[in-house]
Design a protein around this ligand. Structure first.
Ligand SMILES: *Cc1c(COP(=O)(O)O)cnc(C)c1O
Length: 362
């Protein structure tokens, strides 16, 4: 089937250049939005249609719209970067397009063709390129998402969907470089069970993780670390980031993708960069008790979390009802910083892009 052509309806009163410059001084994360958005509609009768870039505006939906009741919703997150030479680039956007399809399949939603996903992203970035901050660590964060839009309270896959992409100017997730964060090891809650939706990027996973995150904050920690649902023993990931460990013999490890962990694109990139830099890297299960023992013996030198939003975040300390332990010196480790620098270097066009990950837009 031919892909629908996009229409463009420019915003009648976009934010002016002075106001935009003021907003981009310190945009924070997820607070500053651009003027336009993408929408594409789907119905089982008409397929994908009405592809449009128009003013960013509220979606008007019926109160019986399926997503409001049964949470048939998925999303993605990727960034457009300002390169050192002034150009604009995306980082491995085809991976987001493929993962969006995988998420749709798991949630019994219509699968958006990858070419249409990518065209949406490229067009929106080209329309909003003035919104990419020039500050260090800044980027245009793109949020594609899709909701079940059929007006029907029966429990079944929706016959209609709305796909949309909005864009947000963001600064560095952590100002002044990433400080080491602390993790609360959740014993009361799990994020994903075998056969569940852990590998799909769906809003429901986040909804169910918020109570655990709130518990982590109450315990004085920054983030929650989830263990596997079956044995409550194996380290899986954080609420929205994957996790890596660095050992004293130079080995790196991360939990394997067994269906309960979100297959992060940052995770995949770090695996390859680490191998390129000569590290031995293993995808293997790591038990929380072993982690504690290794931290105490000094065998575990560093740990870090990774994802598009915060890139690479050092982990300094872990805490549970059994007490707390410090990893390495408790601050950002050398290998963590080296991996972060290499990844950011590729994303901003200053390090060699040997895998062809960067897609230049202009
Ligand atoms: C999005 C996400 C990640 C990180 O994925 P990236 O592609 O690296 O941004 C990790 N864990 C969860 C639960 C996520 O939703």
């Amino acid at each position: 089937m031919a892909l629908p052509a996009f229409t463009f309806d420019p915003h009648p009163s976009p934010v002016d250049a002075d106001e935009r410059a003021r907003l981009l001084v310190d945009p924070g994360f997820g607070r500053v939005f651009t003027d336009h958005m993408v929408t594409i509609r789907y119905s089982s009768a008409a397929g994908w249609h009405d592809a449009r870039i128009g003013p960013r505006e509220p979606l008007t939906i019926d109160t019986a719209t399926a997503v409001l009741h049964y949470a048939q919703e998925i999303f993605e997150g990727l960034k457009a970067y300002r390169l050192a030479d002034g150009g604009t680039a995306l980082f491995r956007p085809e991976r987001n397009a493929a993962r969006f399809r995988d998420s749709a399949r798991r949630m019994a939603m219509a699968e958006l063709p990858e070419a249409l996903f990518l065209e949406s992203i490229r067009r929106l970035v080209q329309t909003e390129r003035e919104w990419i901050p020039t500050l260090d660590g800044g980027a245009l964060y793109l949020r594609p998402f899709m909701i079940a839009s059929e007006v029907f309270l029966g429990v079944k896959p929706s016959a209609e969907y709305i796909f949309a992409v909005i864009a947000s100017s963001v600064g560095a997730y952590f100002k002044g470089g990433a400080p080491a964060v602390s993790l609360w090891i959740s014993e009361n809650y799990t994020r994903a069970a075998p056969g569940g939706t852990g590998a799909a990027k769906c809003g429901g996973n986040y909804a169910s993780s918020l109570v655990a995150q709130a518990e982590a904050i109450r315990q004085g920690c920054d983030q929650v670390l989830f263990l596997d649902a079956a044995e409550r023993r194996w380290i899986e990931e954080l609420g929205g980031m994957n996790i890596f460990f660095v050992f004293d013999d130079g080995m790196l490890a991360t939990p394997p993708l067994t269906g309960t962990i979100l297959p992060g694109i940052t995770r995949d990139s770090i695996l390859r960069i680490a191998r390129d830099l000569g590290f031995e890297v293993r995808e293997e299960p790591y038990a929380i008790d072993q982690c504690r023992a290794d931290a105490e013996s000094g065998r575990l030198r560093e740990a870090f979390a990774c994802g598009t939003a915060a890139v690479v975040t050092p982990i300094g300390r872990m805490l549970s009802r059994q007490g707390d332990f410090t990893i390495g010196g408790g601050g950002p480790g050398q290998t963590t910083q080296r991996l972060r620098q290499t990844l950011v270097g590729i994303q901003t066009g200053v390090a060699e892009d040997r895998h062809g990950w960067l897609e230049r837009l202009d």
